[in-house]
Design a protein around this ligand. Structure first.
Ligand code: C2O
Ligand code: CU
Length: 460
């Protein structure tokens, strides 16, 4: 049976009597963003009204084998139009979920069928990509795990989705999703931090157990600085992509919004003790996840883990012959931006502020008619990013990964999101390998809404 929107409106009463109308089609897996109550704060406080992909936050974990197809019918039960972006997947462009670039936003009551192959193993995530400052802040995100065909040997695995909520005492989300202050400063940072939807994530572990931790930063603006306590570990992948050599995690790992890190850790804490994934908060280390250690694993001494099997993204061509492009990021509070083009017109900063716009890329605010990069397939592109603002920005390229060109010309690991600090210049390089129009934007989502986005075209 196929229902149109009209049928739904007519039959609204009948429809709600069924558990879910869209599950009527056999074999279709539905992803249904909707308004729901969720107990984010401790039980003594009221539940929060959130927008979730299901009953809890994070949304349902999607887990497939490398090379498998992901199929989800988005059924929009929200009061706003929405879309889903599958962050970090080298995806078919039509499935990328970007309203205005790859699809129309899906109106309330409407559906959209996403179907794509996940070519690379790794830790990814999915999230709303329409009015995303609001929709991600309200809870519309979840983990997307693509398993290696030849997975590393570990005793256990935990997916840890980090969240940052701006809440009132009454449990409700506070503030204004279009806040001028947030847009022009460091974005919407919250006051209540969670792992997998709770501020007190407690997991069980045994001494000497080897665990894989997949960390995903689902926050709209917060940069997490994370460390280990009672655990000894290695970074094995960043943004889904395996490192050529696992790197011992000796101090901290920085996770900007949208970034992921895969760790392999061994439990060194004693039975009866606790081990922690900690968040560095000024001078303090706060538990971001707690591991209650009881008993011992059978293996007590282990070698460093081997590298994860590599993904096969196309290799970079010659950097010397690469096409060079520059991106100048300007604006924000204390940024000194005088004027920029917005909607085809030159606007002073004061006029931009009236439109709640604060940031410019190469002198233009928001999406331009012409792409920042217009590359043919196979072309290697070097992009120099100059952050002439006082705030850090987490720049995310859709559709393909890049590498950082480090000082001295060395190439960094593959990533899909790079944190560029205030007044800093960094360079990335990538092969235009995936045809289509791809967004390139700041993942501090208030910044994206206030001008920090551009796009690239890869011609087939
Ligand atoms: Cu994770 Cu354009 O987004
Ligand atoms: Cu930004």
């Amino acid at each position: 049976m196929h229902l149109t929107r009209r049928d739904l409106i007519k039959g609204a009463a009948a429809v709600t009597a069924f558990p879910s109308f869209a599950r009527a089609a056999t074999g279709t897996i539905v992803l249904e963003p909707r308004q729901t109550k969720f107990q984010l704060l401790p039980e003594a406080y009221p539940a929060s009204d959130l927008w979730l992909f299901g009953d809890s936050t994070p949304g349902p974990e999607i887990r497939v084998a490398q090379g498998a197809r992901v199929e989800r019918r988005l059924v929009n039960s929200l009061p706003q139009a929405t879309s889903v972006h599958w962050h970090g997947i080298r995806i078919d462009n039509a499935m990328d979920g970007v309203p205005g670039l790859t699809q129309e936003a899906v109106a309330p009551g409407e559906t959209f069928d996403y179907s794509f192959v996940a070519p690379d193993a790794g830790t990814y995530w999915y999230h709303s990509h329409n009015q995303s400052t609001e929709q991600v802040a309200r809870g519309l995100y979840g983990a997307l795990i693509v398993e290696e065909n030849d997975a590393p040997e570990v005793d256990s695995e935990h997916v840890l989705v980090l969240g940052d909520w701006l809440l009132e005492q009454n449990g409700q989300l506070s503030g204004d999703f279009a806040s001028r202050h947030e847009r022009s400063h460091s974005g919407r940072t919250g006051n209540y931090l969670t792992t997998n939807g709770t501020a007190g994530e407690i997991l069980e572990a045994r001494r000497h157990e080897r665990m894989r931790l997949r960390l995903i930063n689902g926050a709209t603006a917060r940069v997490f600085e994370l460390g280990l306590f009672g655990l000894e570990g290695w970074v094995v992948a960043l943004d889904g992509m395996p490192l050529e050599r696992p790197e011992p995690l000796t101090s901290q790992v920085v996770l900007a919004p949208a970034q992921r890190v895969d760790l392999i850790v061994d439990v060194t804490a004693q039975g009866g003790d606790e081990a922690y994934l900690v968040r560095i908060d000024g001078e303090q280390a706060v538990a971001q996840a707690t591991f209650k250690v009881a008993g011992e694993a059978s293996v007590t001494r282990r070698a460093a883990p081997a590298a994860l099997p590599p993904n096969h993204e196309p290799a970079l061509g010659s950097l010397a012959e690469a096409t060079r492009v520059r991106l100048l990021m300007e604006g924000g509070a204390m940024g000194g931006l005088q004027a920029a083009i917005f909607n085809g017109e030159r606007r002073t900063f004061r006029q931009l502020v009236q439109d709640n716009q604060f940031w410019a890329f190469n002198g233009e605010v928001g999406l331009t008619d012409e792409p920042l990069v217009n590359a043919r397939i196979g072309e290697t592109v070097r992009l120099e990013i100059t952050n002439d603002t006082v705030f850090p920005h987490a720049m995310h390229l859709h559709g393909q990964h890049f590498r950082e060109v480090e000082a001295g010309g060395d190439l960094g690991p593959m990533r899909d999101t790079i944190l560029v600090s205030g007044r800093e210049t960094r360079e990335i390089a990538f092969v235009a390998s995936n045809p289509g129009d791809w967004l390139f934007h700041c993942h501090m989502l208030s910044h994206q809404d206030a001008g920090m986005k551009t796009w690239m075209r890869v011609r087939a």
